[in-house]
Design a protein around this ligand. Structure first.
Ligand code: NAG
Length: 457
Protein backbone atom coordinates (compact mmCIF):
# COMPACT_ATOMS: atom_id res chain seq x y z
CA UNK A 1 0.00 0.00 0.00
CA UNK A 2 2.76 2.42 0.90
CA UNK A 3 4.15 3.14 -2.59
CA UNK A 4 0.72 4.21 -3.67
CA UNK A 5 0.11 6.77 -0.94
CA UNK A 6 0.48 9.70 -3.28
CA UNK A 7 -1.80 8.19 -5.84
CA UNK A 8 -4.24 7.37 -3.14
CA UNK A 9 -4.41 10.98 -2.03
CA UNK A 10 -4.81 12.13 -5.61
CA UNK A 11 -7.62 9.65 -5.99
CA UNK A 12 -9.27 10.90 -2.85
CA UNK A 13 -9.12 14.50 -4.02
CA UNK A 14 -10.15 13.52 -7.51
CA UNK A 15 -13.23 11.83 -6.22
CA UNK A 16 -14.62 8.35 -6.44
CA UNK A 17 -15.90 6.67 -9.52
CA UNK A 18 -19.46 7.55 -10.21
CA UNK A 19 -21.06 4.15 -10.26
CA UNK A 20 -24.54 3.27 -11.40
CA UNK A 21 -26.94 2.12 -8.74
CA UNK A 22 -26.58 -1.55 -9.51
CA UNK A 23 -22.86 -1.36 -10.14
CA UNK A 24 -20.91 -4.44 -9.28
CA UNK A 25 -17.17 -4.52 -8.87
CA UNK A 26 -15.23 -6.32 -11.55
CA UNK A 27 -13.10 -9.34 -10.65
CA UNK A 28 -9.41 -9.51 -11.56
CA UNK A 29 -6.89 -12.33 -11.45
CA UNK A 30 -3.72 -11.24 -9.68
CA UNK A 31 -1.06 -13.86 -9.11
CA UNK A 32 -2.88 -16.95 -7.89
CA UNK A 33 -5.99 -15.21 -6.58
CA UNK A 34 -9.09 -13.31 -7.63
CA UNK A 35 -9.80 -9.86 -6.23
CA UNK A 36 -12.66 -7.42 -6.17
CA UNK A 37 -11.86 -3.87 -7.20
CA UNK A 38 -11.66 -2.82 -3.57
CA UNK A 39 -8.80 -5.26 -3.00
CA UNK A 40 -10.64 -7.93 -1.04
CA UNK A 41 -10.25 -11.49 -2.23
CA UNK A 42 -13.03 -13.16 -4.19
CA UNK A 43 -13.94 -16.80 -3.48
CA UNK A 44 -16.54 -18.46 -5.69
CA UNK A 45 -19.60 -20.04 -4.15
CA UNK A 46 -20.93 -21.05 -7.51
CA UNK A 47 -23.62 -23.13 -9.15
CA UNK A 48 -23.74 -24.71 -12.62
CA UNK A 49 -26.79 -23.19 -14.35
CA UNK A 50 -28.06 -24.43 -17.71
CA UNK A 51 -31.80 -24.84 -17.74
CA UNK A 52 -31.91 -25.39 -21.47
CA UNK A 53 -29.09 -26.31 -23.82
CA UNK A 54 -29.23 -23.11 -25.86
CA UNK A 55 -29.01 -20.24 -23.41
CA UNK A 56 -30.45 -19.85 -19.90
CA UNK A 57 -29.64 -16.11 -19.72
CA UNK A 58 -32.35 -14.78 -22.01
CA UNK A 59 -35.46 -15.31 -19.88
CA UNK A 60 -35.25 -12.45 -17.41
CA UNK A 61 -38.31 -13.45 -15.40
CA UNK A 62 -36.94 -16.96 -14.93
CA UNK A 63 -33.50 -15.62 -14.03
CA UNK A 64 -35.07 -13.44 -11.36
CA UNK A 65 -37.01 -16.32 -9.84
CA UNK A 66 -33.86 -18.43 -9.74
CA UNK A 67 -31.70 -15.62 -8.50
CA UNK A 68 -33.74 -15.08 -5.39
CA UNK A 69 -33.24 -18.76 -4.49
CA UNK A 70 -29.56 -18.53 -5.36
CA UNK A 71 -29.27 -15.60 -3.02
CA UNK A 72 -30.89 -17.65 -0.31
CA UNK A 73 -28.31 -20.33 -0.94
CA UNK A 74 -25.44 -17.86 -0.68
CA UNK A 75 -24.38 -18.08 -4.32
CA UNK A 76 -22.01 -15.50 -5.77
CA UNK A 77 -21.19 -17.13 -9.11
CA UNK A 78 -22.82 -19.15 -11.81
CA UNK A 79 -21.38 -21.17 -14.61
CA UNK A 80 -23.15 -21.30 -17.96
CA UNK A 81 -21.91 -23.77 -20.57
CA UNK A 82 -23.76 -22.54 -23.63
CA UNK A 83 -25.08 -19.15 -24.63
CA UNK A 84 -26.34 -17.51 -27.78
CA UNK A 85 -24.09 -14.51 -28.38
CA UNK A 86 -26.74 -12.84 -30.57
CA UNK A 87 -29.40 -12.82 -27.85
CA UNK A 88 -30.01 -10.00 -25.39
CA UNK A 89 -28.66 -10.81 -21.93
CA UNK A 90 -29.19 -7.45 -20.24
CA UNK A 91 -32.07 -8.55 -18.03
CA UNK A 92 -30.45 -11.64 -16.58
CA UNK A 93 -26.98 -10.11 -16.27
CA UNK A 94 -28.32 -7.03 -14.50
CA UNK A 95 -30.42 -9.13 -12.14
CA UNK A 96 -27.37 -11.25 -11.37
CA UNK A 97 -25.27 -8.16 -10.76
CA UNK A 98 -27.88 -6.73 -8.42
CA UNK A 99 -27.52 -9.88 -6.36
CA UNK A 100 -23.72 -9.83 -6.37
CA UNK A 101 -23.52 -12.86 -8.65
CA UNK A 102 -20.77 -13.27 -11.26
CA UNK A 103 -20.80 -15.24 -14.50
CA UNK A 104 -18.19 -17.70 -15.73
CA UNK A 105 -19.17 -18.61 -19.28
CA UNK A 106 -17.92 -21.16 -21.80
CA UNK A 107 -17.04 -19.66 -25.17
CA UNK A 108 -17.69 -22.73 -27.30
CA UNK A 109 -20.83 -24.34 -28.68
CA UNK A 110 -21.52 -28.04 -29.10
CA UNK A 111 -19.99 -27.89 -32.56
CA UNK A 112 -17.12 -25.48 -31.94
CA UNK A 113 -15.53 -27.05 -28.88
CA UNK A 114 -11.95 -28.25 -29.26
CA UNK A 115 -11.85 -31.99 -29.73
CA UNK A 116 -9.64 -34.45 -27.99
CA UNK A 117 -9.24 -36.69 -31.05
CA UNK A 118 -7.62 -34.99 -34.03
CA UNK A 119 -7.78 -31.61 -32.33
CA UNK A 120 -7.58 -28.39 -34.24
CA UNK A 121 -8.06 -24.71 -33.69
CA UNK A 122 -9.76 -23.03 -36.60
CA UNK A 123 -11.06 -19.65 -37.65
CA UNK A 124 -14.66 -20.79 -37.27
CA UNK A 125 -13.98 -21.88 -33.71
CA UNK A 126 -12.18 -18.63 -32.94
CA UNK A 127 -15.01 -16.58 -34.48
CA UNK A 128 -17.49 -18.23 -32.18
CA UNK A 129 -15.29 -17.65 -29.12
CA UNK A 130 -14.89 -13.99 -30.07
CA UNK A 131 -18.65 -13.53 -30.48
CA UNK A 132 -19.33 -14.75 -26.94
CA UNK A 133 -16.57 -12.59 -25.52
CA UNK A 134 -17.85 -9.56 -27.46
CA UNK A 135 -21.27 -10.05 -25.95
CA UNK A 136 -20.34 -10.75 -22.34
CA UNK A 137 -17.40 -8.38 -21.89
CA UNK A 138 -20.05 -5.66 -21.67
CA UNK A 139 -21.11 -6.85 -18.26
CA UNK A 140 -19.02 -6.06 -15.22
CA UNK A 141 -20.18 -9.26 -13.55
CA UNK A 142 -18.61 -11.44 -16.21
CA UNK A 143 -15.79 -12.81 -14.07
CA UNK A 144 -14.22 -15.32 -16.41
CA UNK A 145 -14.48 -17.26 -19.64
CA UNK A 146 -13.59 -20.85 -20.42
CA UNK A 147 -11.86 -21.86 -23.66
CA UNK A 148 -12.95 -25.42 -23.08
CA UNK A 149 -14.68 -27.84 -20.78
CA UNK A 150 -13.20 -31.31 -20.40
CA UNK A 151 -11.71 -31.21 -23.88
CA UNK A 152 -9.33 -33.87 -22.59
CA UNK A 153 -11.26 -36.60 -20.83
CA UNK A 154 -9.07 -39.66 -21.19
CA UNK A 155 -5.45 -40.25 -20.32
CA UNK A 156 -4.70 -40.55 -24.05
CA UNK A 157 -5.99 -37.04 -24.69
CA UNK A 158 -3.00 -34.90 -23.80
CA UNK A 159 -2.21 -34.12 -27.46
CA UNK A 160 -5.15 -31.71 -27.38
CA UNK A 161 -3.60 -29.56 -24.65
CA UNK A 162 -1.61 -27.32 -27.03
CA UNK A 163 -4.85 -26.51 -28.88
CA UNK A 164 -6.55 -25.50 -25.66
CA UNK A 165 -3.61 -23.25 -24.85
CA UNK A 166 -3.56 -21.84 -28.39
CA UNK A 167 -7.23 -20.92 -28.00
CA UNK A 168 -6.48 -19.20 -24.70
CA UNK A 169 -3.54 -17.35 -26.24
CA UNK A 170 -5.63 -16.13 -29.16
CA UNK A 171 -8.66 -15.09 -27.16
CA UNK A 172 -6.45 -13.20 -24.70
CA UNK A 173 -4.74 -11.37 -27.50
CA UNK A 174 -8.12 -10.58 -29.07
CA UNK A 175 -9.34 -9.29 -25.70
CA UNK A 176 -6.31 -7.02 -25.45
CA UNK A 177 -6.55 -5.78 -29.05
CA UNK A 178 -10.16 -4.80 -28.46
CA UNK A 179 -9.23 -3.02 -25.24
CA UNK A 180 -11.68 -5.09 -23.27
CA UNK A 181 -11.01 -5.33 -19.59
CA UNK A 182 -8.74 -8.17 -18.53
CA UNK A 183 -11.50 -10.73 -18.13
CA UNK A 184 -9.71 -13.85 -16.93
CA UNK A 185 -9.46 -16.64 -19.54
CA UNK A 186 -9.35 -20.19 -18.21
CA UNK A 187 -9.98 -23.84 -18.84
CA UNK A 188 -12.22 -26.33 -17.04
CA UNK A 189 -10.49 -29.70 -16.82
CA UNK A 190 -11.80 -33.20 -16.28
CA UNK A 191 -10.19 -34.86 -13.30
CA UNK A 192 -7.87 -37.44 -14.92
CA UNK A 193 -5.48 -38.97 -12.44
CA UNK A 194 -2.91 -39.96 -15.07
CA UNK A 195 -2.60 -36.41 -16.37
CA UNK A 196 -2.42 -34.76 -12.98
CA UNK A 197 -0.66 -32.43 -12.46
CA UNK A 198 0.95 -32.26 -15.91
CA UNK A 199 -2.01 -30.72 -17.71
CA UNK A 200 -2.51 -28.19 -14.94
CA UNK A 201 1.13 -27.19 -15.03
CA UNK A 202 1.46 -27.15 -18.81
CA UNK A 203 -1.28 -24.56 -19.09
CA UNK A 204 0.56 -22.18 -16.74
CA UNK A 205 4.24 -22.85 -17.35
CA UNK A 206 5.41 -20.69 -20.23
CA UNK A 207 7.57 -17.65 -19.52
CA UNK A 208 5.32 -15.20 -21.36
CA UNK A 209 1.98 -14.66 -19.61
CA UNK A 210 0.35 -14.42 -23.05
CA UNK A 211 1.05 -18.15 -23.34
CA UNK A 212 -0.55 -19.09 -20.04
CA UNK A 213 -4.11 -19.38 -18.87
CA UNK A 214 -5.33 -16.70 -16.47
CA UNK A 215 -6.95 -19.37 -14.30
CA UNK A 216 -7.33 -23.14 -14.19
CA UNK A 217 -10.30 -25.07 -12.86
CA UNK A 218 -11.11 -28.68 -12.23
CA UNK A 219 -14.31 -30.70 -12.42
CA UNK A 220 -13.78 -33.10 -9.56
CA UNK A 221 -16.18 -35.54 -7.95
CA UNK A 222 -13.75 -37.24 -5.63
CA UNK A 223 -15.45 -36.47 -2.32
CA UNK A 224 -18.54 -38.65 -1.97
CA UNK A 225 -20.56 -38.80 1.20
CA UNK A 226 -18.78 -38.96 4.54
CA UNK A 227 -15.11 -38.51 3.67
CA UNK A 228 -12.25 -36.28 4.66
CA UNK A 229 -9.52 -34.08 3.32
CA UNK A 230 -7.07 -36.96 3.70
CA UNK A 231 -9.17 -39.82 2.31
CA UNK A 232 -11.14 -38.04 -0.43
CA UNK A 233 -8.19 -37.26 -2.66
CA UNK A 234 -8.38 -33.54 -1.93
CA UNK A 235 -5.08 -33.68 -0.10
CA UNK A 236 -3.42 -34.78 -3.33
CA UNK A 237 -5.20 -32.06 -5.27
CA UNK A 238 -3.93 -29.55 -2.74
CA UNK A 239 -0.36 -30.86 -2.93
CA UNK A 240 -0.43 -30.56 -6.72
CA UNK A 241 -1.77 -27.01 -6.55
CA UNK A 242 0.07 -25.57 -3.60
CA UNK A 243 2.50 -23.42 -5.58
CA UNK A 244 0.27 -22.89 -8.58
CA UNK A 245 0.85 -19.46 -10.08
CA UNK A 246 -2.69 -18.62 -11.28
CA UNK A 247 -6.10 -18.90 -9.60
CA UNK A 248 -7.45 -22.44 -9.36
CA UNK A 249 -10.92 -23.56 -8.32
CA UNK A 250 -13.41 -26.40 -8.69
CA UNK A 251 -15.49 -25.64 -11.79
CA UNK A 252 -17.73 -28.58 -10.89
CA UNK A 253 -18.04 -30.53 -7.67
CA UNK A 254 -20.75 -32.29 -5.69
CA UNK A 255 -20.63 -36.07 -5.94
CA UNK A 256 -24.15 -37.51 -5.75
CA UNK A 257 -23.34 -41.18 -5.18
CA UNK A 258 -24.07 -41.02 -1.45
CA UNK A 259 -27.50 -39.56 -0.63
CA UNK A 260 -28.44 -37.12 0.63
CA UNK A 261 -25.66 -34.85 -0.52
CA UNK A 262 -24.07 -33.09 2.43
CA UNK A 263 -21.44 -31.02 0.60
CA UNK A 264 -18.88 -31.49 3.33
CA UNK A 265 -16.12 -30.96 0.81
CA UNK A 266 -17.02 -27.27 0.88
CA UNK A 267 -15.64 -27.02 4.39
CA UNK A 268 -12.30 -28.34 3.15
CA UNK A 269 -12.18 -26.10 0.09
CA UNK A 270 -12.95 -22.98 2.11
CA UNK A 271 -11.03 -24.13 5.18
CA UNK A 272 -7.43 -23.73 6.35
CA UNK A 273 -6.00 -26.61 4.31
CA UNK A 274 -7.10 -25.33 0.93
CA UNK A 275 -8.34 -21.75 0.96
CA UNK A 276 -4.86 -20.28 0.66
CA UNK A 277 -4.61 -22.06 -2.68
CA UNK A 278 -8.13 -22.58 -4.03
CA UNK A 279 -10.55 -19.82 -4.95
CA UNK A 280 -13.71 -21.76 -4.18
CA UNK A 281 -16.04 -24.01 -6.10
CA UNK A 282 -18.99 -24.40 -8.43
CA UNK A 283 -21.51 -26.98 -7.31
CA UNK A 284 -23.08 -29.08 -10.04
CA UNK A 285 -25.96 -28.21 -10.72
CA UNK A 286 -29.02 -25.99 -10.37
CA UNK A 287 -31.79 -27.80 -12.24
CA UNK A 288 -32.88 -31.32 -11.41
CA UNK A 289 -32.74 -33.48 -14.52
CA UNK A 290 -31.94 -37.05 -15.51
CA UNK A 291 -28.45 -37.00 -14.03
CA UNK A 292 -29.94 -36.34 -10.57
CA UNK A 293 -27.58 -33.54 -9.56
CA UNK A 294 -30.25 -30.86 -9.19
CA UNK A 295 -30.63 -28.46 -6.30
CA UNK A 296 -34.09 -27.34 -7.41
CA UNK A 297 -37.15 -28.61 -9.24
CA UNK A 298 -39.59 -26.35 -11.02
CA UNK A 299 -43.14 -25.95 -9.84
CA UNK A 300 -46.04 -24.27 -11.61
CA UNK A 301 -46.28 -20.55 -12.22
CA UNK A 302 -49.52 -18.84 -11.21
CA UNK A 303 -51.68 -18.31 -14.24
CA UNK A 304 -49.54 -20.38 -16.61
CA UNK A 305 -51.16 -23.61 -17.78
CA UNK A 306 -48.97 -26.67 -17.31
CA UNK A 307 -49.14 -27.33 -21.04
CA UNK A 308 -47.39 -24.00 -21.67
CA UNK A 309 -44.38 -24.78 -19.49
CA UNK A 310 -41.10 -25.71 -21.14
CA UNK A 311 -40.44 -29.42 -20.68
CA UNK A 312 -37.48 -31.31 -22.15
CA UNK A 313 -36.37 -34.84 -21.42
CA UNK A 314 -39.22 -35.15 -18.98
CA UNK A 315 -38.07 -32.27 -16.78
CA UNK A 316 -39.77 -28.91 -16.49
CA UNK A 317 -37.21 -26.22 -17.28
CA UNK A 318 -38.94 -23.11 -16.06
CA UNK A 319 -41.26 -22.13 -13.27
CA UNK A 320 -41.08 -21.54 -9.56
CA UNK A 321 -37.83 -23.00 -8.20
CA UNK A 322 -38.50 -25.47 -5.39
CA UNK A 323 -35.49 -26.63 -3.38
CA UNK A 324 -34.61 -30.31 -3.52
CA UNK A 325 -34.63 -31.33 0.15
CA UNK A 326 -32.45 -31.78 2.02
CA UNK A 327 -29.64 -31.17 -0.49
CA UNK A 328 -30.38 -27.50 -1.13
CA UNK A 329 -30.57 -26.83 2.61
CA UNK A 330 -27.41 -28.82 3.27
CA UNK A 331 -25.44 -26.72 0.81
CA UNK A 332 -26.94 -23.54 2.22
CA UNK A 333 -25.93 -24.58 5.74
CA UNK A 334 -22.39 -25.38 4.61
CA UNK A 335 -21.85 -22.12 2.80
CA UNK A 336 -23.37 -20.08 5.62
CA UNK A 337 -20.53 -21.12 7.91
CA UNK A 338 -17.72 -20.74 5.37
CA UNK A 339 -16.47 -17.23 4.98
CA UNK A 340 -12.76 -17.16 4.22
CA UNK A 341 -11.40 -13.64 4.12
CA UNK A 342 -8.24 -14.57 2.25
CA UNK A 343 -5.65 -11.89 1.83
CA UNK A 344 -5.94 -8.20 1.05
CA UNK A 345 -4.55 -7.22 -2.33
CA UNK A 346 -2.49 -4.51 -0.66
CA UNK A 347 -0.66 -7.22 1.31
CA UNK A 348 -0.65 -9.79 -1.43
CA UNK A 349 0.97 -7.60 -4.07
CA UNK A 350 4.13 -7.49 -1.99
CA UNK A 351 4.61 -11.17 -2.74
CA UNK A 352 3.48 -11.37 -6.36
CA UNK A 353 7.01 -10.81 -7.63
CA UNK A 354 7.89 -14.19 -6.14
CA UNK A 355 5.09 -15.94 -8.05
CA UNK A 356 6.79 -17.97 -10.76
CA UNK A 357 5.28 -19.94 -13.64
CA UNK A 358 4.78 -23.64 -13.02
CA UNK A 359 7.52 -25.90 -14.36
CA UNK A 360 6.72 -27.29 -17.76
CA UNK A 361 6.10 -31.04 -17.52
CA UNK A 362 8.43 -33.25 -19.52
CA UNK A 363 6.92 -35.49 -22.15
CA UNK A 364 6.47 -39.07 -20.95
CA UNK A 365 5.64 -41.79 -23.48
CA UNK A 366 2.28 -43.39 -22.79
CA UNK A 367 1.07 -40.64 -20.51
CA UNK A 368 1.68 -36.95 -20.86
CA UNK A 369 3.00 -36.88 -24.43
CA UNK A 370 3.16 -33.14 -25.09
CA UNK A 371 6.57 -31.64 -25.80
CA UNK A 372 6.49 -28.45 -23.75
CA UNK A 373 9.04 -26.75 -25.97
CA UNK A 374 7.03 -26.98 -29.14
CA UNK A 375 5.48 -23.73 -30.32
CA UNK A 376 1.73 -23.54 -29.84
CA UNK A 377 -0.37 -24.47 -32.84
CA UNK A 378 -1.59 -21.52 -34.83
CA UNK A 379 -5.02 -21.13 -36.34
CA UNK A 380 -5.67 -23.73 -39.04
CA UNK A 381 -2.95 -26.06 -37.82
CA UNK A 382 -4.23 -29.51 -37.20
CA UNK A 383 -3.02 -32.47 -35.24
CA UNK A 384 -2.07 -35.60 -37.18
CA UNK A 385 -1.34 -38.76 -35.34
CA UNK A 386 2.02 -40.07 -36.47
CA UNK A 387 3.50 -43.37 -35.42
CA UNK A 388 6.82 -41.89 -34.46
CA UNK A 389 5.79 -38.51 -33.15
CA UNK A 390 2.79 -38.25 -30.92
CA UNK A 391 2.87 -34.47 -30.94
CA UNK A 392 3.01 -33.92 -34.66
CA UNK A 393 1.25 -30.87 -35.94
CA UNK A 394 0.56 -30.24 -39.58
CA UNK A 395 0.56 -26.88 -41.23
CA UNK A 396 -2.32 -25.24 -43.04
CA UNK A 397 -3.87 -27.53 -45.55
CA UNK A 398 -6.76 -29.81 -46.04
CA UNK A 399 -9.29 -30.41 -43.38
CA UNK A 400 -9.46 -27.01 -41.78
CA UNK A 401 -13.21 -27.37 -41.55
CA UNK A 402 -14.05 -29.81 -38.85
CA UNK A 403 -17.69 -30.30 -39.73
CA UNK A 404 -18.17 -32.46 -36.71
CA UNK A 405 -21.13 -32.45 -34.40
CA UNK A 406 -19.95 -34.27 -31.40
CA UNK A 407 -21.76 -33.53 -28.21
CA UNK A 408 -19.87 -32.00 -25.34
CA UNK A 409 -17.52 -34.56 -23.91
CA UNK A 410 -18.76 -36.25 -20.82
CA UNK A 411 -16.82 -36.22 -17.63
CA UNK A 412 -14.85 -39.14 -16.39
CA UNK A 413 -16.50 -38.60 -13.06
CA UNK A 414 -20.28 -38.95 -12.88
CA UNK A 415 -21.71 -41.02 -15.71
CA UNK A 416 -24.36 -39.38 -17.88
CA UNK A 417 -23.88 -36.00 -16.50
CA UNK A 418 -24.20 -32.64 -18.05
CA UNK A 419 -24.74 -32.79 -21.68
CA UNK A 420 -26.70 -29.79 -20.63
CA UNK A 421 -25.98 -28.00 -17.44
CA UNK A 422 -25.68 -24.60 -16.04
CA UNK A 423 -25.45 -22.25 -13.15
CA UNK A 424 -27.02 -19.04 -12.16
CA UNK A 425 -27.90 -17.09 -9.13
CA UNK A 426 -28.55 -13.75 -7.65
CA UNK A 427 -29.89 -12.15 -4.61
CA UNK A 428 -31.26 -8.77 -3.93
CA UNK A 429 -30.82 -8.33 -0.24
CA UNK A 430 -27.73 -8.99 1.82
CA UNK A 431 -25.16 -9.67 -0.84
CA UNK A 432 -26.33 -6.71 -2.85
CA UNK A 433 -25.79 -4.45 0.12
CA UNK A 434 -22.38 -5.88 0.75
CA UNK A 435 -21.32 -5.05 -2.76
CA UNK A 436 -22.63 -1.57 -2.38
CA UNK A 437 -20.53 -1.09 0.73
CA UNK A 438 -17.52 -2.35 -1.11
CA UNK A 439 -18.12 0.06 -3.93
CA UNK A 440 -18.32 2.97 -1.58
CA UNK A 441 -14.74 2.26 -0.60
CA UNK A 442 -13.39 1.72 -4.08
CA UNK A 443 -11.05 4.45 -5.17
CA UNK A 444 -9.06 5.33 -8.23
CA UNK A 445 -6.02 4.05 -6.39
CA UNK A 446 -7.39 0.56 -6.38
CA UNK A 447 -8.56 0.66 -9.95
CA UNK A 448 -5.16 1.82 -11.07
CA UNK A 449 -3.28 -0.68 -8.98
CA UNK A 450 -5.45 -3.58 -10.09
CA UNK A 451 -5.26 -2.47 -13.68
CA UNK A 452 -1.50 -2.44 -13.47
CA UNK A 453 -1.22 -5.69 -11.60
CA UNK A 454 -3.83 -7.80 -13.23
CA UNK A 455 -2.29 -10.69 -15.09
CA UNK A 456 0.92 -10.12 -13.16
CA UNK A 457 3.32 -7.27 -12.93
C1 NAG B 1 -18.36 -1.20 -14.93
O1 NAG B 1 -17.18 -0.93 -14.21
C2 NAG B 1 -16.50 0.24 -14.63
C3 NAG B 1 -15.20 0.30 -13.86
O2 NAG B 1 -15.40 0.11 -12.50
C4 NAG B 1 -17.40 1.43 -14.41
O3 NAG B 1 -16.75 2.59 -14.88
C5 NAG B 1 -18.70 1.23 -15.17
O4 NAG B 1 -19.57 2.29 -14.90
C6 NAG B 1 -19.34 -0.08 -14.77
N1 NAG B 1 -20.50 -0.30 -15.58
C7 NAG B 1 -21.66 -0.61 -15.06
C8 NAG B 1 -22.78 -0.81 -16.04
O5 NAG B 1 -21.86 -0.75 -13.89
Amino acid sequence: MRPFTTLSVVAWLGGFHVLPVNAIQTISAVGSKFFYEDGTQYFLKGIAYQLTPQDPLIDTAQCKRDISRMAELGTNAIRVYHVDPKANHDGCMEALAAAGIYLFVDLDTFDTSIRQVNPQWTHSQFDRYKAVLDEFQKYNNTAGVFVGNEVINTREGSVAAPYVLAAAHDIKSYRNEKNYRNIPVGYSAADIAELRPMLQNYLACRPDSADRLDFFSLNAYEWCGPSSYETSGYKKLQTDASNYPIPIFFSETGCNVARPRTFEDQAAIFGPEMSNTWSGSMVYEWIQEANDYGLINYGPLPGVPAAKMLVQDGFTRQGEPIPVAPDFHNLKAQWATLRPTGVALSDYIKSTSTVKPASCPASTPGGWVVDPNRPLPTLVQKYHRAASDATAISGPGSGSHPGYHSARVTSVAPPNYHTYSAVNGVSVSSSGMKDFDRLAGASLFLCMSIGALALWL
